[in-house]
Design a binder for this molecule. Structure first.
Ligand code: 9Z3
Length: 336
């Protein structure tokens, strides 16, 4: 099945394939061409100075059958991604939001939590129409006003499966690459580490008559490597690391930074992720961002703090790049 990066003596299903090989062996999503055209047009409309961010959000599914009835999924609701997208918009970024279909979206996220129904916010107005219940009007008006204001700076692209996500991620980052340092890649989606290659998958629905089901899954190639090295080498790249064991979090975040050579890892634990994260950068102590339970209850999202700090670091990165370009231009101009 293609280039393996582990020893050739390993059984095929234990080897990690080369990321490029992945694309040769899996089908692109139906919206790939649409996404290509929409993203290229969106980026073209942003002029040459507005900062751009790609926010990835929500979990990927991993199908068990080619004609998919069943799939493996994960917990991510897209809270981090959708809340972060709102913050980036408020800071003047153009936002590309690559999100899991039916997960939370910027501004409407407050009204699409799984436990609630949109009708809970509405009432018949007595004249054959509907209106928003008085207790929700101010908050809804605020969200709606922001949504209308920021809509021109927001492009949303949906994925469902791991494969959709990876194809779209590559397509979009390749389009963003020429924008260089002014673009941030903020990779908050919860991407599966394991998958079943299309050629090893059952074609039709797995039958239950055979008794217990044993699954063998391959490791997903590490796409951060080609993303940082080849697809978008000048962009400011922020990845996320999720663990459940506190002992593993810091070493694994540092390891990811060293391995992929990008800029920041946002490290979080499953159970405390809504009020505590660490920003991990090479050569520095991890920077803890934390909000209190009181702030959380008052509706303060930790994404406000994460995005403010990352936008600050991104500005530094962009101006360092601009300074380097200016001195290279000056050296060229001064050359005989
Ligand atoms: C994250 O760690 C995100 O913060 C969460 C957000 C998925 C925890 P929610 O959507 O959760 O607000 O409910 N995302 C990255 C998780 C991930 O898959 N990281 C990979 C890893 O840890 C590397 S890119 O190995």
């Amino acid at each position: 099945m293609g280039a393996a990066v582990e020893t050739p003596s390993m059984p095929e299903e234990c080897r990690v394939i080369d990321p490029d090989t992945y694309f040769d062996h899996n089908r692109p999503p139906a919206n790939l061409q649409w996404a290509h055209d929409a993203v290229a047009a969106f980026v073209g409309r942003q002029g040459s100075s507005r900062p751009i961010v790609l926010v990835t959000s929500g979990g990927t599914t991993v199908p068990l059958e080619n004609n998919t009835v069943r799939f493996v999924d994960n917990f991510s609701a897209g809270t981090r991604g959708s809340a972060s997208a709102e913050q980036f918009l408020e800071l003047g970024y153009a936002v590309l939001f690559l999100y899991r279909e039916q997960s939370l979206q910027p501004f409407s996220r407050q009204y699409s939590q799984r436990s609630e129904c949109i009708f809970d916010y509405l009432r018949p107005d007595g004249h054959g129409g509907v209106s928003v219940k008085a207790e929700y009007t101010a908050k809804m008006l605020d969200g709606l006003t922001k949504y209308e204001k920021y809509k021109p700076q927001l492009l949303q692209v949906a994925f469902t499966t791991l494969s959709d996500y990876l194809f779209l991620l590559r397509e979009i980052t390749l389009i963003l690459a020429p924008t260089g340092a002014r673009t941030m890649l903020y990779l908050a989606a919860a991407v599966s580490d394991f998958f079943i290659p299309s050629h090893s998958m059952a074609e039709h629905k797995i039958q239950s008559g055979a008794g217990a089901l044993t699954l063998r899954m391959n490791q997903v190639p590490k796409f951060l490597r080609p993303l940082v090295k080849n697809w978008a080498p000048s962009c400011f790249v922020v990845s996320f690391k999720l663990e459940t064991d506190p002992e593993l979090l810091a070493p694994k975040a540092k390891h990811a930074l060293e391995k992929y050579g990008h800029h920041v890892v946002v490290a979080n634990l499953l159970n405390t992720r809504k009020w505590q994260v660490w920003l991990v950068t090479r050569g520095q102590d991890p920077c803890l961002l934390q909000i209190s339970q009181e702030q959380l209850l008052q509706g303060h999202d930790i994404e406000q703090d994460i995005v403010a700090e990352l936008a600050r670091r991104h500005r530094e990165y962009t101006s360092a790049g601009a300074l380097a370009n200016a001195s290279a231009d000056a050296a060229l101009a001064a050359a005989p």
